[in-house]
Design a protein around this ligand. Structure first.
Ligand SMILES: [Zn+2]
Length: 158
């Protein structure tokens, strides 16, 4: 874990040299590490002093680190926290939640078992096949939304 942490800080240093406005690094913490990593820090700084951003290997490394971090952030976002729902629950849907034409409050209706969500990586997320839209006095309207995953349901507005 400590080694991984240091490697991560070295990557942060690369990004800091590459684009200091968007990436910060705690040099104190970074230098207060084992000799091997400290040596890498100074080699990296020395190389940057000599070559700056004309060092293709350094630039490739930075671009690779940036891409990996963006990917990791995206993966985390895909595990979005959501609330488990049940038949009879009333939820708020946006017009782009599953197959839903109109935003509003919908009730999850009986009948068919929910399926595993295909939209996020949260294995607990379920996609409900049928939801009926409710009007302002919460009467059923006969209009349905279909295949709406829990990750795109919101608590209803009341
Ligand atoms: Zn989902």
């Amino acid at each position: 874990m400590a080694m991984y942490g240091t490697a991560g800080k070295l990557r942060s240093l690369c990004l800091n040299l590459f684009n200091g406005d968007n990436h910060s690094v705690d040099m104190g913490v970074l230098l207060n590490t084992d000799d091997e990593h400290r040596k890498i820090v100074f080699e990296l700084l020395r190389s940057y002093e000599l070559n700056g951003e004309s060092d293709d290997d350094f630039m490739d490394l930075c671009i690779e680190i940036q891409a990996k971090r963006a990917e990791a952030e995206k993966a985390t976002a895909n595990y979005a926290v959501h609330t488990r729902r049940n038949t009879g629950d009333i939820v708020r849907l946006d017009a782009n939640s599953g197959f839903c034409n109109q935003s509003g409050d919908y009730q999850i209706t009986d009948g068919v078992e929910p399926a595993v969500c295909k939209h996020c990586k949260n294995t607990d997320c379920r996609e409900w096949p049928n939801l009926e839209r409710l009007d302002h006095s919460w009467q059923t309207t006969g209009e349905y939304a279909y295949d709406v995953p829990e990750c795109s349901m919101h608590d209803h507005s009341d």
